[in-house]
Design a protein around this ligand. Structure first.
Ligand code: ADP
Ligand code: MG
Length: 240
């Protein structure tokens, strides 16, 4: 589903991603862990072209993302993203947050988009919040709306960038539960997370990133119980 080959990303002189090779198969759940500043967000943002790729290539479902001929909107239709800070449109009701992109980018009829939005709100447990504004919701509810909004584009892949890091502890599970449900339904997911429990339980593979390099990759048991690299061991000793 996603093929990443020799991916490099620099911001000016700062070389952030230093040649990443990775492959995500359909329906896989990949959990990305690593210290702050190691390039995890940049890695996700290169996958859906929120950042320009400096060198290398990213291919999603057979389409090269960083090809000038590729329609960026087509990529974004196929790749949903959920951010740490929700990024909902504050002046729009929940329902309009969800229907905006399907109507504008997918040319969906407003009526169909609204029907889909109501279904997705039910799915994330917020069937009664369609007419609320984001500020009337808790963090956990806002993040579930953000997930529903991403799903409204009917993406092939979902990227999550620390989706629970900005939440009060009691709201973490309601978001993780929605993600687990999605995973069980067969969504392909790349999840940057500090929730090691989620990574252990749901991850098909765990990828440890440090200083822009993919240091270690394996099953949760391989990475958590039998880490091979000193850097992985040192990181895990601080977070587990
Ligand atoms: P992580 O998500 O693992 O914490 P990031 O991908 O956010 O790491 O950042 C990796 C490095 O890239 C950091 O040194 C960060 O300061 C830098 N960086 C990220 N985004 C930008 C940007 N838009 N401009 C300049 N530097 C950036
Ligand atoms: Mg980050």
């Amino acid at each position: 589903m996603i093929n990443i080959h020799n991916l490099h990303k620099s911001f000016g002189d700062l070389h952030v991603l230093k040649g990443i090779d990775y492959e995500v198969r359909e329906k896989e759940i990949i959990c990305v862990i690593g210290p702050s500043g190691s390039g995890k967000s940049t890695f996700l943002r290169c996958i859906n072209l929120l950042e320009e790729i400096t060198d290398g290539e990213v291919v999603i479902d057979g389409v090269k993302v960083n090809d000038p001929k590729t329609d960026i909107n087509a990529i974004r239709r196929n790749v949903g993203m959920v951010f740490q800070q929700f990024n909902l449109f504050p002046h729009m009701r929940v329902i309009d947050n969800i229907t905006l992109a399907p109507i504008k980018i997918k040319n969906m009829k407003p009526k169909d988009a609204q029907k889909l939005a109501h279904e997705l709100l039910e799915k994330v447990g917020l069937g009664d919040k369609a007419n609320a504004y984001p500020e009337q919701l808790s963090g956990g509810q806002m993040q579930r709306v953000a997930i529903a909004r991403a799903l409204a584009m009917q993406p092939k892949v979902m990227l999550f960038d620390e989706p629970t890091s900005a939440l009060d502890p009691e709201m973490v599970n309601e978001v993780l539960d929605v993600m687990k449900q999605l995973a069980l339904e067969g969504m392909t997911m790349v999840v940057v997370t500090h929730e090691m429990g989620f990574a252990k339980e749901m991850g098909d593979r765990v990828l440890f990133m440090d200083q822009g390099v993919l240091v270690e990759d394996g099953t949760p048991s391989e990475v958590f119980d039998y880490p091979k690299h000193e850097r992985t061991k040192s990181f895990l000793s601080k977070v587990l």
